[in-house]
Design a protein around this ligand. Structure first.
Ligand SMILES: [Zn+2]
Length: 305
């Protein structure tokens, strides 16, 4: 299973093979072009940063702030300082109203973080909106106002956070069908426009299929539906059934995101990213793990890689 050499751009694969690229997906061998056994610690899995899920939800004041993986070095994590709240003149005016209640409070905020890796120290800025509502931390409130808490919703992070660990090598990215660009776009608009992010993930599959030799267009130069392209790719190898199902689910999320009245959330997009992550894991990482196990079994003991 996986991509055979003839399904990928030959020029790209030659470059990849000649230079022995090593990235988060492993080497070209793990890409299943030249099956070989590799030490497992060379396999860096594409994983979805759990902090992204925290950032996709409202954060109650006093809760631990998420520590996402650094968008620059990808090694350190970003520690945020407490948010700075801003409010409008209208908000200050509203407090004078007779019927004023704490849950009228709302505004914008900014919080600044820095990567903990000493050699990086990338500054990351998050911004969004805050509102006041009943707190969820429990306990017995000492006053009426004590029942309320501030909730922050992040709308933008800069530099954009990465949805998955990306290869930083253009040749490998090209071999994967340009998914790196699509993932970067999805990460950049994740909190601002989740529908757009889901559409970007769908685009990753379109690009992947094009690079795998599955034509985008019919003989009459019309665009082919993604479903049909996926079926063609699936039928080339029985092992692709489950993988194609994962990609199909990402397609459906992308279709929903494309609609103007889409109610897709950042959490939905992260679910799509998880499915895509699993699809590529099965394609590029699992075969190498299986090969390593087979080598150990054949040797009936440890293997020197
Ligand atoms: Zn960093």
């Amino acid at each position: 299973m996986g991509c055979s050499a003839d399904e990928l751009n030959p020029r790209t694969m030659r470059r990849v093979r000649d230079r022995g690229y090593r990235n988060h997906l492993g080497t070209v061998s793990e890409l299943n072009i030249q099956p070989a056994v590799r030490p497992l610690d060379n396999l860096r899995l594409m994983t979805i940063d759990p902090a992204l899920r925290q950032l996709a939800s409202e954060i109650e004041d006093g809760a631990a702030l998420p520590s996402p993986r650094c968008p620059d070095c990808g090694v350190g994590t970003v520690s945020f300082a407490a948010p700075t709240k801003f409010e409008t003149a209208g908000m200050r005016e509203a407090r004078k109203h007779d019927a004023y209640d704490p849950d009228w409070e709302k505004g914008t905020f900014v919080m600044q973080g820095v990567c903990g890796a000493h050699t990086c120290q990338q500054v990351v800025v998050a911004t969004g909106t805050w509102r006041v509502d009943y707190g969820t931390t429990g306990g017995y409130p000492e006053s009426y106002a004590d029942q309320f808490a501030v909730f922050y919703r992040v709308r933008q992070v800069h530099p954009p956070l990465r949805l998955m660990e990306l290869p930083d090598d253009a040749a490998v990215n090209e071999a994967l069908g340009g998914i790196a660009e699509g993932l970067l776009t999805a990460g950049a608009v994740l909190f601002t426009a989740p529908g757009l992010a889901a559409t970007s993930l769908r685009g990753c599959i379109e690009r992947f299929l094009s690079n795998a030799g599955i034509s985008r267009k019919t003989a009459k130069d019309r665009f082919r539906p993604l479903d049909r392209r996926l079926v063609e790719w699936r039928e080339k190898d029985a092992d692709r059934d489950g993988i194609a199902d994962l990609m199909l689910a990402v397609k459906w999320l992308g279709n929903t995101g494309t609609h103007e009245d889409s109610v897709l959330t950042a959490a939905d997009v992260l679910e799509g990213a998880r499915l895509l992550d699993e699809a590529f894991h099965r394609l590029y990482v699992s075969p190498a793990i299986t090969a390593a196990a087979a080598a150990i079994n054949a040797a009936e003991g440890p293997v020197t890689f």
